[in-house]
Design a protein around this ligand. Structure first.
Ligand SMILES: *Cc1c(COP(=O)(O)O)cnc(C)c1O
Length: 424
């Protein structure tokens, strides 16, 4: 009688059988997503097809190098997947070259800096306190530690201070000027950035991480073709797997950028993630993506208007995108209190500093809200009205458990009307 191969029989058991602990934890996360309103502006709900690709056998494959030029054998299929991801993302944004290997948005930015700057060179980005990202020069991140940082910021009306930006660029002669942000709701004037960068001999790098899904849907200005280099994450409004990309048109950038990603910063690319990126880009190329992107923006504008009606102040006076910063001080509370109270009512947000915030970054005076995930669930303007009312009800009485519990019931009911399992 042939004996069963114990390794093999173990190897093909389901997650539930093999590791019930992790299986149960994942189930609990799925239930959390189902029963909570996800208003974190950087989050979304990936499709079944994206998650299926993420779980595929390509996780096994080493493919150091690029399609057609690998350091390992057996790369014919992963080559096809990576080439498809490259072709699709170029079609989506209109770029000539794409690197789809960065493991994350932070690594995409690091790769651009590493390709064109030496330690001590000057990097300009939007200040973290005004909506910029850690990778744009924060002193707690590699960007702020490795490079000389000159930050630009916002004017009194909480929009970008372009005059100050230009003046600082002329004085400090940066190597790279970064546009893009994590908590800025308005449009960027990408042409101004390119013009200013060219005046001082700098590269304009746009980090469109937050806006990429809207740009793909044509409802936010496309930096590609204007910025010299554009980076992005793939998991925010773009709704793909967690990852990064770099897009550019100039052939002269090709070699330094490739070399910077691999072998400069990374080893083997995550081929299963790259396959999932290809799936996500394919979905963004479908005609219904435009409708999604339009609805994300309409929902954000409806939510901002309804919150203003409720008595909140929206930073920059409103939004041109998927996100908004809500100043919660009119309700006599801070961002930390607001986030915690909303969480007790199953509304997931993040506290966020607002321009000239008197509070510490761990306390803050604001919360950041975004509509990509709730729009993926199918919610529209009427639900944004409902959500604004729920937020206001909770934050008017953040310590009142009976209020929070009542809102939590409403939120759960709203979530079950828009199940994550019905997402098309
Ligand atoms: C989220 C974000 C990043 C970083 O992406 P990770 O995938 O978390 O590394 C970079 N830049 C901006 C503007 C972002 O919002």
């Amino acid at each position: 009688m042939p004996t069963a191969n114990p390794v093999k029989s173990q190897h093909r058991r389901s997650l539930k059988e093999t590791d019930p602990s992790i299986y149960e934890i994942i189930q609990r996360e799925e239930r959390r997503q189902e029963h909570n309103l996800e208003l974190i502006a950087s989050e979304n709900i990936a499709s079944t097809a994206v998650r299926e690709a993420l779980a595929c056998v390509m996780t096994d494959k080493f493919a150091e190098g690029y399609p057609g030029k690998r350091y390992y054998g057996g790369c014919e299929h992963v080559d096809e997947a990576e080439q498809l991801a490259i072709d699709r993302v170029n079609q989506l944004f209109g770029s000539k070259f794409a690197n789809v290997q960065p493991h994350s948005g932070a690594q995409a930015n690091m790769a651009v800096y590493h390709a064109f700057m030496k330690p001590g060179d000057t990097l300009m980005g939007l200040a973290l306190s005004d909506g910029g990202h850690l990778t744009h020069g924060s002193p707690v991140a590699f960007s702020g530690q490795m490079y000389n940082i000159v930050s630009y910021g916002l004017k009194a009306d909480e929009t970008i201070d372009y005059d100050d930006l230009r003046k600082k660029a002329q004085e400090s002669k940066p190597k790279i000027i970064v546009s893009g942000a994590s908590a800025y709701s308005r449009e960027f004037d990408f042409k101004f950035f390119t013009k200013t960068a060219e005046e001082v001999g700098a590269i304009h790098m746009c980090d469109m991480a937050h806006y990429a899904g809207l740009i793909a849907g044509g409802v936010y200005p496309n930096p590609v073709g204007t910025a010299h280099i554009t980076t992005s994450t793939t998991h925010k409004s773009l709704r793909g797997p967690r990852g990064g990309i770099i897009l550019y048109d100039n052939e002269e950038y090709d070699k330094p950028l490739r070399m910077s990603v691999f072998p400069g910063l990374q080893g083997g690319p995550l081929m299963h993630v790259i396959a999932a990126k290809a799936v996500a880009f394919g979905l963004c190329l479908q005609p219904d993506w435009k409708q999604y992107a339009q609805q994300v923006k309409k929902n954000a504008q409806a939510l901002a208007a309804a919150l203003t009606q409720e008595g909140f102040r929206i930073v920059s006076g409103g939004t041109d995108s998927h996100l908004m910063l809500v100043d919660v001080r009119p309700f006599g509370i801070n961002g930390k209190v607001a986030q915690a109270a909303l969480e007790r009512a199953n509304i997931t947000t993040n506290k966020n500093t607002i321009p000239n915030d008197p509070e510490k970054p761990f306390v803050t005076s604001g919360v950041r809200l975004g509509t990509p995930a709730v729009t993926t669930r199918g919610m529209k303007e009427p639900e944004m009205q409902e959500i604004a009312a729920q937020i206001a009800t909770v934050l008017r009485a953040p310590d009142d458990d009976s209020v929070t519990s009542a809102v939590k019931e409403d939120v759960t009911a709203l979530c079950s009307r828009f199940s994550i399992h019905d997402v098309s």
